[in-house]
Design a binder for this molecule. Sequence first.
Ligand code: NDP
Length: 453
Amino acid sequence: MTDRARELTESFIAELRDRYPQEPEFLQAVEEVARDVITVEKAHADYARARILARLTEPDRTIGFRVAWADDAGRVRINRGWRIQHSNAVGPYKGGLRFAPSVTPSVLKFLAFEQSFKNALTGLMLGGAKGGSDFDPKGSSDAEIQRFCGAFMAELQHHVGPARDIPAGDIGVGPREIGYLFAAWKRNSRDFAGIVTGKSQCIGGSAIRTEATGYGAVYFLCAMLGARGEEIAGRRVAISGMGNVAGHAARKAAALGAKVVSLSDSSGLMEAPDGFSAEALDWVLGRKASGQGIAAPPRDMGLAWHPGRTPWGLEAEIAMPCATQNEIDGKAARALCESGCRIVVEGANMPLDAEAQRIVREGGIAHAPGKAANAGGVAVSGLEMGQNAVFQPLAADEVDRALRAIMRRMHDRLAGEAQALGTPAGAPVDYRRAANVAAYRRVADALLDHGIV
Ligand code: NDP
């Protein structure tokens, strides 16, 4: 970053910090984008005059509501629900719902901000939004989850629609919750329309949607390797997380011949020094999904469970953080550099904190940011919206081909953007900066065409 970019970013963020002192995740996400695009804005008279970046740091609207529901014992429970509609400049609001006790307006605001940029990169007509609740589905019965989803949708239904806002899943919201949310919306509206994506296929969902984020991240990785004249087969890949993104990234990477050496969850690390076999992946992911313990894997599967550890530092040339935000801090980033890691591909949203990003950059590691590498999920959601609009499903292989093509095009566009921005000789392609600038340009051009809104 140049001195001028640093100075401009600091004064821009200082103003925002005064306004939102309680929103650290949001400030972090804005700072990360601002330092890459602020000089682009200043150099473009129309962008500068229109104050595009300042406008993008205020969501179009923030909707907050009470969710009252009754648990199985008949006790009244009260949770908080939100939907942040960040920008519909390039298409209807689009982004996931997260149900977890850690959900706060700051977390959702950072995710909604990121989502507008990510969705712009897909090349599809998708705006950005995010929503959710501090409700914890873990430990709740199926009936409780259904009642909660009904109560949540009773309020959210005023704000969603196939051309208005189309939520999807995220942490704590999978096909089951999406099905209950969709059912509640249909009961109230009496319509059948694509107002949520991530539905199971029998109720209008797209083939490959569940797999899309993890598969897409691996396709992006393949494009990065391809650009260096390399292949994924035989590469050692450390993956964190054990949920949707991590599981499907691991399955796709292993199917393409990579050695996936780890998965992890919030309690520890599952190491596979010689790479997970398909059978070992089935065992770990199957038990995890059904809530069973994984601490004592069968001896013949080549697995070792390490409570309290993370994958960063294992011998692997590729790291795919696929668990949660800020899971890699400075210490973990240093361990990555020391273990010979050459490529980081983010499956999760903002998994590297600010210090980790700096260390990875200075360590010469090629770093694909989540807003590009994990955009496969929202891209297939965009394809699901198209299928719903014409009431015509696509076959799995058609969706998979389209997903590969979208990830490859995105990679190539970013590589081109990075070249135009000037990659120093011998330095890895700066995908992070290219993604921020390319996404900013698309949203900025759309905003300019709208006048002052
Ligand atoms: P899941 O809820 O399916 O899985 C999350 C996984 O991460 C779980 O295995 C969880 O373990 C683990 N985890 C959570 N916190 C930590 C931690 N502090 N340290 C280590 N492991 C942890 O979520 P998804 O896979 O859907 O999402 C993961 C990430 O990807 C999120 O950042 C999400 O926003 C992002 N993402 C998801 C998309 C999707 O389509 N699903 C699309 C784009 C981005 P435990 O069970 O112990 O909590």
